[in-house]
Design a protein around this ligand. Structure first.
Ligand SMILES: [Zn+2]
Length: 59
């Protein structure tokens, strides 16, 4: 498992996320991981490498 920090798009708080870190089972094309947010209890798509949340910008 790997931890990372992302910014919750709903509350604006920085949240520590947790994802299964097993590169052998994950294709490189899958950048975003579904993460259950501990702050707003919703699911965000987050890139664990960059902490970027899908749909956070540009919309
Ligand atoms: Zn959230």
């Amino acid at each position: 498992m790997a931890t990372f920090i992302y910014r919750c798009p709903v509350t604006g708080y920085k949240v520590q996320g947790l994802v299964a870190d097993n590169p052998a089972e994950k294709p490189n094309t899958q950048l975003y991981e579904p993460v259950t947010c501990t702050v707003c209890t919703r699911i965000h798509l987050v890139n664990p490498k960059t902490g970027k949340v899908a749909g956070e910008d540009g919309r």
